[in-house]
Design a binder for this molecule. Structure first.
Ligand SMILES: Cc1cc2nc3c(=O)[nH]c(=O)nc-3n(C[C@H](O)[C@H](O)[C@H](O)COP(=O)(O)OP(=O)(O)OC[C@H]3O[C@@H](n4cnc5c(N)ncnc54)[C@H](O)[C@@H]3O)c2cc1C
Length: 404
């Protein structure tokens, strides 16, 4: 139980502004509203429709429609959250004010930043925003997802798809390997002479045994991975010649999916909440920024330590942050929800495995309470098929929880 605070604010309706209506921010705004109807909650989101990254690899592989990834904010509005569908462009931390794209200003008592990631367009030589229209990252879902899908559809049988994987911390570390698996599923059925080349800035990765076993069984000879120690780290691209440059050699794939290093969304920089790591340091118990008073940071944008940058984690953080704010801003003590996360990786439409964990604050970061639970390597096909079904059920629950 979170205890009631010693001092409550004098005003009757405390104002909380949440920037970012993704998994973290939308869940936080809803939970605040449910915690106490007297709280004045405003959610600021740049887009009218949210497009989900989880399950977007299925869209790339032609297994799912992009429409199934999209969610609006009507239900959150109906619950009494004020939703402003425009970008936040500036934050005056000392004046406790947020400025929006149309120059409207919002006053806050507490500000929650949940802007997710920005692609670091300075990290790889030659890879700027214009380059991403030729070599998509598809790490923010929507147009980029569809672009990568189109390029793979247009590729000839016998072509190569290169996927560059960044070092951690990165949004959803297993996602590039899930992507490689599902693209392989598409190629095996439509363009079986084709290959996938993973150029990796890491030597090892989470659930590696499970992925490699699946690749051997389902897509023998189709996926090659070059790890960091063998020169797999991508350092740049040349768009004119469609070249991907690594530490030890150059490649000219037919399709290049470049996933660059990432950083916290820009509004967090404008708030002064980002440190030299590119992410937002927080007190893990309260999500309070270590750099800006009365600002809390949740989801991918925060420096989380042992908790992965995942939708499940962002949602759990959003709810826990709401409980902390409700305690601070109202007289009601509240029960803190657990910080849990589960991540499903599909390697074929009817074949998935998962990784789940329970986390708790440990100083400025999060640590796993107990070791992560992962699916066994030797699970029978029926178990893998059940995990694929569970992934769909999980997604429905996740999006229902975030968007109503
Ligand atoms: C290919 C892929 C597959 C993935 N699969 C999984 C999975 O299976 N399971 C899982 O748990 N996670 C998965 N993830 C990770 C997951 O998508 C992220 O961890 C999650 O979206 C983070 O939530 P968030 O709220 O921090 O950010 P987001 O969900 O990205 O939300 C941020 C929101 O903030 C808004 N915003 C940003 N700046 C502003 C501004 N200035 N003003 C107003 N609005 C702003 C954005 O428009 C966006 O809507 C995957 C990611 C990728 C790329």
């Amino acid at each position: 139980m979170i205890a009631a605070p010693a001092v409550l604010r004098a005003q009757t309706a405390a104002r909380v502004v949440v920037i970012g209506g993704g998994f973290g921010g939308a869940s936080c705004a809803r939970a605040l509203r449910h915690a106490d109807a007297k709280l004045d909650v405003t959610l600021v989101e740049a887009n009218k429709t949210f497009t989900s990254c989880p399950l977007s690899n299925e869209v790339i592989a032609g297994l799912r429609d992009i429409g199934a990834q999209q969610f609006g904010y009507d239900r959150i509005v109906a619950e009494g959250v004020r939703v402003m569908l425009q970008a936040a462009t500036a934050i005056d931390a000392s004046g406790h004010k947020v400025t929006l794209a149309d120059s409207t200003t919002l006053d806050y008592d507490r500000l929650v930043l949940a802007p997710g990631i920005d692609i670091d367009f300075t990290a790889l030589q030659g890879y700027d925003e214009a380059a991403s229209a030729v070599m998509p990252h598809a790490y923010k879902a929507g147009e980029q997802t569809l672009l990568l899908r189109k390029q793979i559809e247009a590729m000839p049988n016998g072509g190569t798809v290169a996927i560059s994987v960044p070092a951690n911390p990165s949004r959803c570390p297993p996602a590039p390997y899930e992507r490689a698996s599902l693209i392989a599923h598409y190629l095996r059925t439509r363009k079986p002479k084709s290959k996938i080349l993973i150029l990796d800035a890491k030597d090892s990765f989470s659930q590696q045994k499970l992925f490699e076993q699946a690749w051997q069984q389902l897509y023998p000879g189709m996926i090659e991975r070059i790890p960091l120690s063998q020169g797999g780290r991508v350092t740049g691209v040349e768009i004119g010649t469609r070249t991907v440059i690594t530490e030890f050699g150059n490649y000219n794939p037919d399709v290049a999916n470049i996933i660059p290093p990432q950083k916290a969304g820009r509004i967090a920089v404008l708030a002064g909440a980002v440190d030299r790591t590119g992410w937002c340091p927080i007190d893990a118990a309260t999500f309070a920024s270590k750099l800006v008073p009365d600002v809390h940071v949740i989801g991918d944008a925060c420096l989380g330590g042992g908790i992965p940058k995942s939708a499940g984690a962002a949602q759990a953080q959003g709810k826990l942050c709401a409980a902390v704010l409700a305690r601070d801003l109202t007289a009601r003590p509240s029960e803190p929800p657990p910080l849990t996360g589960v991540c499903y990786s599909l390697v074929a439409p009817d074949n998935a495995f998962s990784l789940s964990g329970v986390y708790q604050p440990k100083g400025d970061l999060f640590a796993e309470v107990e070791g992560a639970k992962t699916s066994p390597v030797d699970a029978p096909p029926a178990t893998r098929a059940a995990e694929a079904d569970a992934a769909t059920t999980w997604f429905k629950a996740l999006t229902h929880d975030a968007f109503g």
